[in-house]
Design a binder for this molecule. Structure first.
Ligand code: NAD
Length: 261
């Protein structure tokens, strides 16, 4: 637990499912005030707000599409109107789809880049504007991936978006370090969330992914939420511009294990 998170306001994009939901619940346990963004009525956002409340926390759900500038402005404004401030912005919304690159349409390319990278830029920019205006030494967390480092055939748009997120994070971190705003990324490995539901429902595909993980198991969203809580806390007060990989060793070139190579 990180006592300094109590009373802080946290906004999480794509916060009704998977990693975003786990961060929301972790932040509620930390006694932070939690705003979750959801894309549409299909998302179980009401349930997440109820869970936040049942943990004794304050929760708010705000509809919005992170690819739309006005929606992202509204996310920050609504959060600040409701809770009075914004201290931690988590740019978590993300999508992926598998397509061999020679068949990848410009539409699919643009869609993934818009949600994963442009959405994070808009979220970071709006949060930074608020933090600068109110001299808040806030924190921004971008949900990257091991694929900011590991190339991923059939997912070139996804890998490019997360590669872009690395330098988005580093550049903003450098730019706003003198103002006390810390900007970091998290690089999850393979985590058991809706984004992977179809793949992990197939035992063979799940096994194939597990074999890429030196620790031998798929990660849980709560393990990523633990990293987010630490990054947001004062325990990480001297940390900015990093991607903290939480991947069971996936980025360690597992094919070299046992002396191979
Ligand atoms: P998820 O599908 O549960 O979460 C993605 C969320 O983003 C959903 O709630 C979805 O509604 C939301 N979203 C999609 N488009 C949006 C838009 N235009 N506007 C607002 N919200 C939108 O899957 P997840 O695994 O929890 O993914 C969260 C983040 O973690 C993503 O950025 C993903 O790339 C990243 N990630 C996941 C894994 C993994 O293995 N699960 C690994 C590395 C990185």
């Amino acid at each position: 637990m990180y006592p300094d998170l109590a009373g802080k306001t946290v906004l999480i994009t794509g916060g009704a499912t998977g990693i975003g939901k786990a961060i929301a619940l972790r932040m509620a346990r930390e006694k932070a005030r939690v705003a979750i963004n959801y894309l549409d009525e299909k998302q179980p956002y009401r349930q997440v707000v109820q869970e936040i409340q049942s943990l004794g926390g304050e929760g708010l759900a705000i509809q919005g599409d992170v690819t739309k500038e006005q929606d992202v402005r509204n996310l920050v404004h609504h959060t600040v109107d409701h809770f009075g401030s914004l201290d931690v912005m988590v740019n978590n919304a993300g999508i992926e789809n598998e397509v061999p690159s020679e068949n990848l349409s410009l539409e699919d390319w643009n869609k993934v880049l818009s949600v994963n990278l442009t959405g994070a830029f808009l979220g970071a920019r709006e949060a930074i504007r608020h933090m600068l205006q109110h001299q808040i030494k806030g924190c921004i967390i971008n949900m990257s991936s091991v694929h900011e480092r590991i190339p991923w055939p059939h997912f070139v748009h996804y890998a490019a978006s997360k590669g872009g997120m690395k330098l988005l994070t580093e550049t903003l971190a450098l730019e706003f370090a003198p103002r006390g705003i810390r900007i970091n990324a998290i690089g999850p490995g393979a985590i058991d969330t809706p984004i992977n539901a179809e793949k992990f429902a197939d035992p063979q595909q799940k096994q194939a992914v597990t074999e890429l993980i030196p620790m031998g198991e798929i990660g849980q969203p709560e393990q990523i939420a633990a990293v987010a809580a630490w990054l947001a806390s004062d325990e990480a007060s001297y940390v900015t511009g990093i991607t903290l990989f939480a991947d069971g060793g996936m980025t360690l070139y597992p094919s070299f294990q046992a002396g191979r190579g």
